[in-house]
Design a protein around this ligand. Structure first.
Ligand code: ACO
Length: 158
């Protein structure tokens, strides 16, 4: 298994992985935007055949209520089913966190949204990575499911 930075050339393969794993399928222009603007903060895992089996796609945005502040966003994380429970998501998230902290832009916290029913991801974020519940966002997803907005303050990570 090889875990490395994701590049623009990887986008189609990342998209395939995303379509297998999640109902939230961003348009290609969103993936391209993230990869081109923030090439150093997204990562992928590829198997020995070079197939993308997991990825984490990140961006850095201005804080909603405090536009002078910057926030790291975990936009999408997934691992193909046969490769789960091997620690890949945790490694991808750790690499993304390190890259977000090391970057030239000072971020206040890292943020993500997760479905209320997603027990696996909630356990990863809350129990393993230290993310805290920020608020519930009603009907956040297209199918009407609520999301938990979760945050990891930068001070927490140092
Ligand atoms: N049930 C309960 N807890 C789980 C499960 C599960 N099925 N899978 C992972 N976890 C938790 C555990 O705490 C685990 O630690 P442990 O193995 O010591 O118990 C921890 O996550 C780390 O597990 P990893 O092996 O690193 O996780 P994995 O590589 O299997 O990927 C993921 C987890 C990404 C949630 C995977 O199940 C997946 O791709 N699911 C579908 C897509 C998805 O839900 N993505 C997250 C959406 S939210 C977002 O994108 C911001």
């Amino acid at each position: 298994m090889n875990i490395r930075r994701a590049e623009a050339a990887d986008l189609l393969n990342i998209l395939k992985c995303n379509l297998h794993n999640l109902p939230e399928n961003y348009p290609m222009r969103f993936w391209t935007y993230s990869a081109l603007i923030w090439p150093e903060i997204s990562f992928l895992a590829e198997n020995e055949d070079g197939k993308v089996v997991g990825y984490v796609l990140c961006s850095i945005e201005r804080a909603e209520k405090f536009p002078h502040q910057w926030v790291g966003h975990i936009n999408s994380l997934s691992v193909l089913r046969p490769y789960r429970r091997m620690g890949l998501a945790r490694q991808l998230m750790d690499m993304a966190k390190d890259a977000l902290i090391r970057g030239t832009i000072l971020i206040e916290y890292i943020q993500l949204h997760v479905r209320k029913s997603n027990r696996a991801a909630l356990s990863l974020y809350r129990d393993k990575l230290g993310y805290k519940h920020h608020r519930l966002e009603a009907k956040y997803y297209g199918d009407g499911e609520d999301a938990y907005s979760m945050r990891l303050p930068v001070t927490y990570m140092k």
